[in-house]
Ligand binder design. Structure first.
Ligand code: BGC
Length: 694
């Protein structure tokens, strides 16, 4: 290859920003584009977001184009079902191929460290094992189409506030045991072609020019052989190449053309060695060939079976809805209520989705679009409207909708209905963190008032983050439906009618209040509004001074923090109710070189259902942590034996000095639990000492 050919592969534009006349003909417009090299048969990389469906940036990239919209990442994680997450990835990959893309910017696996994170809805929760295993499944599903997937955003990009100026400064061992472990598991299980580095700094150095992350951890320790692409507008120097970045994405968003004009001069001046260009080229070509982009090229566009793909979105939400409360077994709704009043949340229009680059225009389109401060896509409602879905699920009931703007009228209508279903909604988006954990817009008062008027009040939450529920004890039932995806209205109605038995379990802790979370004041949130340039819209030029994000919880992310401090959350990680009951018995736990746990799960109720028994270990002096789970479908009366074997990294601590994992010999408490705070069976085993490579 000539130097020019190599450099061609190292950078590319966001085609949507390129004037029409200069765009390559016939190329589908998505988030990114890297030209190919015809002489060598190297295909162009045609890139689209992302993890929840083939995205369309608020409908502006491809006017009128829609795609199947999965429920949010948190809903996918709440299924605890890698097979289903694989099916979701496979579906998105096939739609990407049919639309002319060969790279999906999927695989978002940043841990939920702060419940206010604007992208919490996109990610897979707070636990590195759960998130890491699920992201591996998602990537595997995408790549089964010979469509390359990324894993992102590497690393520690866990909040939006100051995302392109802040520096995450905390110790390496904690990072290895938490956020980096999620990536490590995702990469070894999913084999993504590419890693996308993040906007933020880590240890004062931008993630996209961070030799420790991109070279030492990723390549030296994990043996990653694909390539690193930047996030859009996250490159700050040509030296990023020598630190380990291979490709500059969305180059017009950076302050300079670092990996083209600047690189050419730097090569001439001998400031960047040719070996760095060769390494980057090799990584890109390795990913292109090993993912089958050459043997299975994307040729033109093809038809999409939206009905079949919609069924995947439906299944995901059926398993992702979490039943949080069900007083006196009000759900499933008995017989057929005469009247149901649906309140708020634009339940007559569709369901809410999150904003930002991941936003999908669902089949049927996004209705009632509105702007939202800090979000560059705004929001709308799509998919099957809950009102329509309820009418299908309860054909003999009279179902009406009221939008809740007239509070007295809403309360009067609620008093007259047999059942009141209130949708509590909260929009969140890439680019901006939510300010607090309440639903906002008077919804908490509304729910309390409706519940005061009607004891049969059911709350359906459409949120991208944990929320607090001051009205919790007043309402009969609560469903966390997350952003439910295009078939979510149907799934919610099916859960209410009992056609579907809920089986989702929380992948994040719901705090009781702000005082419980590690950073009660969100880092950077007191700095005042960002300057025009610093707006978190992509990377853009950055002029504000950096600030530190410290993580007092270290590797005790989420439920482990609560455990260490004996704090009682509103709802714990792993929690989720069912319409049936499950019993656990017969625990056998073995230690030694590994921890191996076997037990029986029995459905002791009268409805078929799926359970997610979870296994946690507690090492002396440490907080408990998840080592495995088993999602198990059981008919009434049926029993299954379940075995869980711990990955030894979960029993170890990371030693920076030894550059590896150290398992200390000694006793370990093992628990089989319904949720992080609800152990049912307990045993103690002794584990043997071990030293493992990173
Ligand atoms: C996001 C990435 C996304 C990229 C391209 C960035 O704003 O952080 O997740 O893939 O845009 O749209």
């Amino acid at each position: 290859m000539t130097t020019d050919e190599k450099v061609t592969l190292l950078h590319g534009p966001m085609l949507g920003m390129v004037p029409q006349a200069k765009r390559p003909p016939g190329v589908t417009i998505g988030a990114g584009y890297i030209p190919g090299i015809a002489r060598l048969g190297i295909p162009a990389l045609v890139e689209s977001d992302a993890s929840l469906g083939v995205a369309n940036l608020g409908g502006v990239l491809r006017k009128g184009d829609v795609a199947t919209a999965l429920p949010s990442g948190l809903a996918l994680a709440a299924t605890w079902n890698p097979d289903l997450v694989y099916a979701g990835g496979k579906m998105i990959g096939s739609e990407a191929r049919a639309k002319g893309f060969n790279v999906l910017l999927a695989g978002g696996v940043n841990l939920v460290r702060d419940p206010r994170g604007g992208r919490t809805f996109e990610y897979l929760g707070e636990d590195p094992l759960l998130a890491g295993r699920l992201v591996a499944a998602q990537i595997g599903g995408v790549q089964s189409n010979h469509i390359m997937s990324t894993i992102k955003h590497f690393a520690l990009n866990d909040q939006e506030t100051g995302r392109n100026i802040a520096s995450v400064n905390f110790d390496e061992a904690s990072a290895r045991e938490s956020d980096l472990l999620a990536f490590e598991l995702g990469i070894e299980g999913g084999h993504p072609g590419a890693v996308m580095c993040s906007y933020n700094r880590v240890g004062d150095t931008y993630a996209c020019e961070n030799r420790f992350l991109l070279t030492d951890v990723l390549r030296r320790d994990w043996g990653f052989s694909g390539f690193v692409m930047s996030d859009w507008g996250a490159v700050h120097s040509v030296g990023a190449l020598t630190a380990g970045l291979d490709q500059e994405s969305g180059e017009a968003l950076d302050t300079k053309r670092f990996f083209s004009t600047e690189l050419s001069s730097a090569l001439l001046a001998g400031e960047v060695p040719m070996a760095a260009v060769d390494r980057a080229t090799l990584g890109i070509l390795t990913a292109i060939y090993s993912q089958g982009l050459v043997d299975h090229p994307v040729i033109g566009k093809s038809a999409i079976d939206y009905a079949a793909d919609g069924a995947v979105a439906l299944r995901a939400e059926q398993q992702g809805i979490v039943l949080l409360r069900n007083q006196d077994g009000i759900l499933p709704l008995k017989a057929h209520p005469r009247t149901i009043l649906l309140v708020g949340g634009h339940g007559d229009l569709g369901v809410l989705s999150g904003g930002g680059s991941s936003q999908v225009s669902p089949v049927g389109g996004l209705r009632r679009r509105a702007t939202a401060t800090g979000s560059f896509t705004g929001y709308g409602y799509g998919g099957t409207p809950p009102l329509e879905a309820l009418r299908t699920a309860f054909p003999d009931s009279v179902i009406t909708y009221i939008d809740s703007t007239d509070l007295p009228a809403t309360i009067a209508a609620a008093a007259k209905a047999d059942i009141a279903v209130v949708i509590g909604e909260k929009f969140s988006s890439e680019g901006v963190d939510v300010r607090d954990l309440s639903l906002g817009g008077g919804q908490d008062d509304l729910i309390a008032a409706v519940a005061g008027a009607n004891p049969n009040t059911v709350v359906v939450l459409e949120t991208g983050n944990p929320v607090v529920m001051p009205w919790r004890d007043k309402v009969a039932a609560i469903l966390e439906a997350w952003y439910p995806g295009q078939s979510g209205g149907t799934a919610v109605a099916q859960v209410l009618s009992g056609a579907v038995n809920p089986s989702g379990h929380l992948p994040v802790t719901f705090p009781a209040d702000f005082g419980q979370i590690p950073n009660p004041v969100l880092p950077g949130s007191t700095m005042g509004p960002p300057s025009k340039q610093d707006k978190a819209l992509y990377g853009s030029a950055v002029t504000s001074p950096t600030f530190d994000i410290g993580y007092p919880e270290g590797s005790d992310v989420g439920y482990r923090w609560y455990d260490a401090r004996h704090a009682v959350p509103l709802y714990p990680f792993g929690f989720g109710l069912s319409y049936t009951h499950f019993a656990y018995a017969g625990l056998q736990a073995h230690g030694g070189a590994a921890v191996r746990v076997t037990f029986r799960v029995t459905n002791t109720g009268t409805a078929a259902g799926a359970d997610v028994p979870q296994v946690y270990v507690t090492l002396p002096g440490k907080a408990r942590r998840l080592i495995g789970w088993s999602r198990t479908d059981l008919a009434p009366g049926q029993t299954r034996t379940v075995t869980v074997v711990a990955d030894r990294r979960l029993l170890a601590r990371y030693s920076v000095q030894n550059r590896g994992w150290l398992v200390a010999a000694g006793p370990v408490k093992v628990e089989v639990s319904r949720a992080a705070t609800d152990p049912v069976l307990t045993a103690s085993v002794r584990i043997a000492a071990a030293q493992l490579q990173p």
